[in-house]
Write a protein of this length. Structure first.
Ligand SMILES: [Mn+2]
Length: 317
């Protein structure tokens, strides 16, 4: 695999920028930051993602008008830039288009990268935007306030507002530099963390009531069902914050939130505040992530998933 340099990207190439399915703040922030840079440098590029859910309103301060609907994409791109995605299957509907492009440039901070012709990957980085920031600096690419906002978004969301164990000195140094470039910290944090809809808050109350703590492995567990969204007239994309309340009990070292999907399968979010590596647990379901935060999908029922999680926890303690 070759080293990736942004400014070496051929000027005439048709470029697709994307990231993992249902992009989070890091996948969106890194993709949009590069889109802004390539636009300034007069490259021919589009940015698109597979949204199976609606794009959450919390990211409306980002330049999301630049995102092209996946239905409007062309049949072929010379180069695909892939952000925050270690596995092509996680690209969703865009996976084939990416794999068919002549070159695949991957910028990421996940472990076990499985694809790409050129890459810049650091699994010790807190966010993909951190890796991208270093590339911009190394190549002396100018970071304006809009680009800084995109980069800071990934840094904030992937560190849980500078609270997860991946928050090191470099994270603060980069955040500080991004503020000096004009990033708007208050706009970002208020939009993502400072406000939720009243209905989503009522749903949170149900999720809190369902929390069970298994003292054997100090696991805090709760779940959300499709009927909960209907009951509270709210949407899955409005409730991304729910895992944060499940991981709150101080009696727990590991948190699990299961979210029922429309097709009846479950998506699991895992968090760890101790030595438990939740990325290992998620990978036993074919999922991925990091030591302190990971996710997976499963078509098993809630009890079956819990048994499996407990087995995985037993293997680690
Ligand atoms: Mn990330």
């Amino acid at each position: 695999m070759n080293k990736l340099k942004i400014l070496d990207t051929p000027k005439k190439a048709k470029i697709l920028i994307t990231g993992h399915l249902n992009p989070d703040g890091d996948a969106l922030g890194s993709g949009l930051a590069l889109k802004l840079v390539l636009d300034k440098l007069k490259y021919n590029s589009v940015i698109s993602y597979d949204f199976s859910n609606q794009l959450s309103e919390e990211f409306s301060y980002l330049p999301i008008h630049k995102i092209t609907k996946k239905e409007k994409l062309e049949d072929h791109y010379d180069i695909s830039y892939v952000f925050d995605c270690g596995d092509p299957n996680r690209l969703g509907a865009l996976s084939e288009l990416v794999l068919q492009s002549n070159e695949i440039y991957v910028v990421d901070h996940h472990m076990d990268l499985t694809f790409g012709t050129n890459s810049e990957v650091d699994s010790s980085a807190a966010s993909t935007t951190q890796v991208l920031f270093r590339m911009f600096k190394n190549e002396k690419i100018e970071i304006d306030s809009e680009i800084a906002n995109c980069l800071l978004t990934g840094l904030i969301t992937d560190t849980g507002r500078f609270q997860y164990s991946n928050t090191n000195e470099e994270v603060f140094e980069i955040a500080s530099e991004l503020l000096s470039f004009g990033a708007n910290l208050v706009e970002i944090t208020e939009s993502i963390y400072g406000s939720v809809s009243y209905n989503a808050l009522k749903l949170q109350a149900d999720v809190i009531n369902r929390i069970r703590i298994d003292n054997k492995y100090n696991l805090s567990y709760s779940y959300v069902l499709q009927e909960d969204y209907r009951k509270h007239n709210t949407f899955p994309e409005e409730t991304d914050f729910l895992i944060d309340v499940v991981r709150l009990p101080k009696e727990a070292n590991v948190a699990l939130l299961l979210k029922e999907q429309e097709d009846g399968t479950y998506k699991g979010s895992l968090r760890s505040r101790g030595n438990i590596d939740v990325q290992l647990i998620a990978s036993s379901f074919g999922g991925g992530g990091h030591k302190a935060a990971a996710g997976f999908s499963s078509n098993e029922n809630r009890d079956e998933i819990l048994v499996k999680i407990n087995n995985e926890l037993r293997a680690q303690v």
